[in-house]
Ligand binder design. Structure first.
Ligand code: FE2
Length: 271
């Protein structure tokens, strides 16, 4: 599911996820929640609630360490970018080494109700992102080498600004994993395709208010651009949608189809 933004995003997930999972016979649900708590970052309680609403795994991005409670007490169903922390003092390179930075860069897990394993990972882009990540292209290689020893069903969330960087990473990953899904821009793009068995798209979209700027209040964002003064009351709540993708894959982990979804969610008054 596309990046949840604020309480509107959590509301949209609550209203629609379970029915979509049932109607479309979804086996695994990965939810991007980099902006779920107040439009920036993910708090520990929201992480637990999103899992309860039906997420098997939750991804984050450049805001992965914004909420102290999660940083201090990470949970195994949340992953942060795998290409962080190799510059830390111990010098170890393992992405799941907790001596480096908090959290997990990837997880391998059983698809609910089966013995089949799937894996998900996050990579952070390096163009224009606010925290300095290690090279996502070299990390992609070591990550796939590691994950492919355990499963061929591998989904990567590439959290990045620039479509050029995203499309280049898609080409580098083609034929080596099930999907590479772009996130962070929060605007669903129409460039989805399957490259040698790997489903790709520059941006899965946004789950939350569509009458907004990236999920933020429109007037507040205009004011920010006009004056440079941050608007701290910036969540938008109108015209909510659950956005995301449904990807079908075969037993070898090769993508067969990728479909964009946009599901309008009635507001609390029922309109
Ligand atoms: Fe982000």
């Amino acid at each position: 599911m596309a990046e949840l933004v604020g309480k509107a995003g959590i509301y949209a997930l609550k209203q629609s996820l379970q029915s979509i999972k049932k109607e479309r016979n979804i086996n695994v649900t990965v939810v991007c929640a980099d902006a779920a708590t107040g439009g920036n970052g993910l708090g520990r309680h929201h992480a637990g609630y999103i899992k309860k609403l039906g997420a098997d795994l939750i991804t984050t991005g450049d805001c992965c360490f914004f909420k102290k409670d999660l940083v201090e007490s990470w949970v195994p169903y949340v992953i942060r970018p795998a290409n962080l922390g190799s510059g830390c003092s111990s010098g170890k390179a393992d992405v799941n080494d907790k001596d480096q930075v908090p959290g997990f860069g990837w997880r391998v897990f059983n698809i609910p109700g089966t013995e089949t394993k799937a894996a998900a990972a996050v990579l952070l882009g390096t163009n224009f992102t606010r925290i300095k990540a290690d090279n996502p292209f070299t990390k992609l290689n070591s990550l796939l080498e590691k994950l492919r020893t355990q499963t061929s069903l591998i989904v990567i969330d590439f959290h990045a600004w620039a479509s050029g960087e995203k499309r280049t990473l898609f080409a580098a990953a083609a034929g080596r994993c099930t999907a590479v899904i772009g996130s962070h821009n929060r605007v669903q793009t129409a460039d989805e395709e399957i490259l040698d068995g790997t489903a790709v798209i520059c941006d899965a979209g946004r789950t939350g208010s569509t009458e907004s700027v990236g999920g933020a209040n429109i007037d507040g964002r205009i004011l920010e651009y006009r004056t440079g003064i941050p608007d701290w009351t910036r969540e938008a709540c109108d015209k909510c949608e659950l956005q995301g993708l449904i990807i079908e894959a075969d037993d070898l982990g090769r993508a067969l189809s990728i479909e964009r979804i946009r599901v309008p969610v009635p507001d609390k008054s029922g309109s």
